[in-house]
Design a protein. Structure first.
Length: 119
């Protein structure tokens, strides 16, 4: 039986990873903003067509913010996404009503990934 905490983690991590990977690879040919918009649009439309829900839209959008920064390789991207997942789970209720929550969560993951790269 899957632990409920693992299930919660995966339900946040996978949409974040989809958005961040899509933007990461599109960013090679497009500007980061256009890559983020395109990846978010494509994955949200697919999410609504396949699963007929909109509950992962914000997570996909937040994942695209992770890749808009200067991420060096795929390992740093997965690490930043992992840390952003933990930040999202912890801060979800604490940042309720504040603007910029998704960008702040993406920044926390990218900054922590950068710090671990320095050591």
């Amino acid at each position: 039986m899957i632990n409920k905490y693992l299930l919660t983690f995966l339900s946040v991590f996978l949409p974040l990873l989809v958005g961040s990977i899509g933007t990461y690879y599109l960013k090679n040919d497009l500007t980061p903003v256009v890559a983020s918009c395109l990846a978010t649009l494509v994955f949200i439309v697919l999410n609504r067509l396949v699963y007929r829900t909109n509950k992962n839209d914000a997570l996909i959008f937040c994942g695209s913010f992770i890749s808009m920064g200067n991420i060096g390789n795929e390992y740093e991207l997965v690490l930043a996404t992992f840390i952003s997942t933990l930040a999202f789970i912890y801060l979800k209720d604490k940042l309720q009503g504040y603007g910029g929550k998704l960008g702040t969560i993406a920044f926390i993951g990218c900054f922590a990934s950068l710090i671990t790269e320095l050591f």
